[in-house]
Design a protein around this ligand. Structure first.
Ligand code: ATP
Ligand code: MG
Length: 423
């Protein structure tokens, strides 16, 4: 059998890739608008980074990492997410010493998780994410959330819903942890083996279990919101106040906990409630992680960020029937008749391109009619027709495809002629 693409991955072919580029451009423009700067980190990192940065009780670390040993015997892992690497780089490059604070970064690139592939769930997928490091201002929480919401809105999505929660600070979480242990302990035998381990290590993550989500103890579990201390409550109120100020509708869901450890205060998800979207509705997840920088070996630093995948964004667009404006056209196609014209067109094409005009010619020895068809397929706005006669008179026939109008233009005037009419 011939070699096939690995399970859970996809080729993005011309025709599809334009959508990706369109979304990527939108995201970049938005980050520029919000003043988040791009950071590019390696595709693989020392495995230890993710054990510490993602947390060893998470599904990612327990089940989903592509870990391998290199020829020097080092344990490396294909990055399953972006935050840990950004934080590693932040520490390594001493960004905490930069006078420009907070440090606002974004990344976009492939992530790798060994998952059971299904719609919206791949083994290689592209995440766009932002991180704001160094500020403890609830307004930055609102800014980060608003950036994610703006991306979806700017692409035309209507059925999106923001859900927020607070996980509180350390003190609040400890109190809540106690309550969770008391709640689940007596009947922990009825839960999956993962949850049994979570009870000791990180009982909050029981609430995020996909297997036991319908167990009756889940619905009655103590709510973190009842355990927030004054400061955490104030912080959460302030975030909500800013979201309201920014006209961003949201709902509070006290059962929302993020998959990663080290989250505190604000946690949020953006979901699609478009009809026909299927089982997976989370488009974006994020939150505050004030303990993470320290955990990875840096100074105590507050941080907040989100990550979303382009794959799920595209699925949401499809569910809402939104077509991105990505029709590909070219400015000019040169049709030639005869050998002399064919040779001349080689240089003419190069001159057009040098002036920023997107242009193409035939390389398949096509007859004139077939050249016109090729021009049509490429959605050429202008077709420039060159034969021996024209060449002798130093002119060229230019046809505007939309109107069918044809004009004889002096060869020396072709470039300004097309430039004026395209732009
Ligand atoms: P899920 O609960 O769907 O597994 P998660 O909690 O693992 O999500 P995060 O680690 O928070 O997801 O990643 C942020 C976003 O990345 C998700 O909201 C989703 O849009 C996207 N994402 C996560 N895993 C995949 C995947 N395997 N394929 C495509 N997109 C993904
Ligand atoms: Mg997951």
């Amino acid at each position: 059998m011939s070699i096939q693409i690995p399970r859970g991955t996809q080729d993005i072919l011309p025709g599809q890739v334009e959508k990706w580029q369109y979304i990527e451009q939108k995201a970049r423009a938005l980050c520029n608008n919000y003043q988040y700067k791009e950071i590019r980190t390696p595709i693989f990192e020392q495995t230890e980074l993710f054990l510490r940065g993602v947390g060893d009780t998470t599904d990612i670390v327990q089940k989903e990492m592509y870990t391998f040993e290199d020829r020097g015997g080092r344990s490396l892992t294909l990055r399953p997410e972006g935050t840990a690497a950004v934080v590693r780089s932040y520490i390594e490059n001493k960004m905490y010493g930069d006078p420009n604070q907070p440090i606002k970064l974004f990344y976009m690139g492939p992530m790798f998780r060994y998952e059971r592939p299904q719609a919206g769930r791949y083994r290689q997928f592209v995440q766009f994410g932002v991180e704001a490091l160094g500020s403890q201002d609830p307004a930055i929480d609102a800014e980060v959330i608003s950036l994610a919401m703006k991306l979806y809105e700017s692409l035309g999505l209507k059925n999106i819903q923001l859900v927020i929660n607070s996980l509180g600070d350390k003190e609040s979480r400890l109190a809540h942890r106690e309550a969770l242990i008391n709640h689940f302990q007596p009947r922990i035998g009825e839960f999956c083996s993962d949850c049994q381990k979570r009870l000791e290590k990180n009982p909050l993550r029981i609430l995020d279990c996909k297997k036991d989500r319908d167990h009756e103890l889940m619905a009655t579990a103590p709510s973190i919101l009842d355990y927030l201390n004054e400061e955490s409550k104030r912080y959460f109120d302030k975030v909500q106040e800013y979201l309201t100020l920014l006209n961003i509708p949201f709902t509070v869901d006290s059962t929302l906990v993020r998959g990663l450890d080290y989250y505190n205060h604000t946690a949020f998800e953006i979901m699609s409630n478009a009809e026909g979207f299927g089982a997976i509705t989370t488009l974006c997840g994020g939150g505050r992680y004030n303990g993470l920088v320290e955990e990875i070996g840096g100074p105590e630093t507050p941080g907040i960020g989100f990550a979303l995948s382009i794959e799920r964004l595209l699925a949401a667009l499809e569910a809402e029937g939104i077509e991105l404006p990505v029709e590909e056209t070219i400015d000019c196609y040169i049709v030639t008749l005869g050998d002399k014209a064919k040779d001349y067109a080689v240089k003419l094409l190069s001159d057009l391109r040098a002036e920023g005009i997107s242009a193409e010619k035939d390389y398949m020895d096509r007859k004139m009619k077939a050249q016109f068809k090729a021009a049509d397929r490429m959605k050429a706005q202008f077709v420039a027709i060159l034969g021996e006669d024209e060449l002798e008179k130093e002119v060229i026939n230019v046809k505007q495809m939309a109107t069918g109008e044809q004009e004889e233009v002096s060869l020396s005037q072709l470039i300004p002629y097309i430039k004026q009419r395209t732009s």
